[in-house]
Design a protein around this ligand. Structure first.
Ligand code: HEC
Length: 159
């Protein structure tokens, strides 16, 4: 009697084999995604989504910036981008992930990816002294006018 009660308690304490947890698979990030998460995700969100009036939303929008030479330069000359602790080649990889990956197909047809050489040249003149909101407004108005970007892209800084 005591023996069988003990066996019963023991059986109850065992997790049921049939209900075992499904095998857990960790999400795998490539190098660019990892660097974006570490260095940019705190402000822009790991998936590139943020409240657009506070931090520009990158998801589904960043690709438009490859449309004009000014907007392309603006992306790299932003202080948070140009001054990040990444090599030219690594920053090119991250910015290609931002424009082509998070940008979700909004890059213009035939848009060229960033190269380390282009990054090297542009990050030498960060937009420090400039009024970034004014600069962005100018650049984005042109994207709305000439590149089919939605007016929502102008939401940043407007509250
Ligand atoms: C401290 C918060 C912060 C960090 C960190 C940051 N950003 Fe930003 N980012 C902003 C803000 C705010 C803007 C709007 C322009 C400005 O004021 O700099 C912006 C603008 C941008 C834009 C232009 C989008 C648009 O619609 O104007 C891109 C692209 C971008 N950031 C990418 C990055 C990348 C890539 C990194 C990491 C290397 C990064 N940012 C790190 C806050 C941040």
């Amino acid at each position: 009697m005591i023996h069988s009660l003990f066996a019963l308690l023991l059986a109850m304490a065992q997790p049921a084999a049939a209900a075992a947890a499904p095998e857990l698979t960790a999400p795998t990030f490539n190098h660019a995604q990892t660097q974006f998460t570490l260095r940019c995700g705190g402000c822009h969100g790991v998936t590139g989504r943020s409240p657009p009036s506070q931090v520009p939303n990158l998801r589904g929008s960043a690709g438009y910036f490859l449309c004009t030479p000014e907007s392309r330069e603006y992306l790299i000359r932003l202080p948070n981008v140009s001054k990040t602790q990444l090599s030219d080649a690594d920053l090119a990889e991250v910015m290609n992930y931002v424009a082509f990956g998070l940008g979700e197909g909004k890059t213009p047809k035939g848009a060229k990816p960033f190269t380390g050489e282009e990054i090297h040249r542009l990050r030498k003149t960060p937009l420090t002294g400039a009024n970034l909101k004014q600069e962005r407004d100018k650049v984005v108005r042109k994207l709305v006018r000439s590149c089919g970007a939605p007016k929502d892209l102008l939401l940043y800084g407007k509250r």
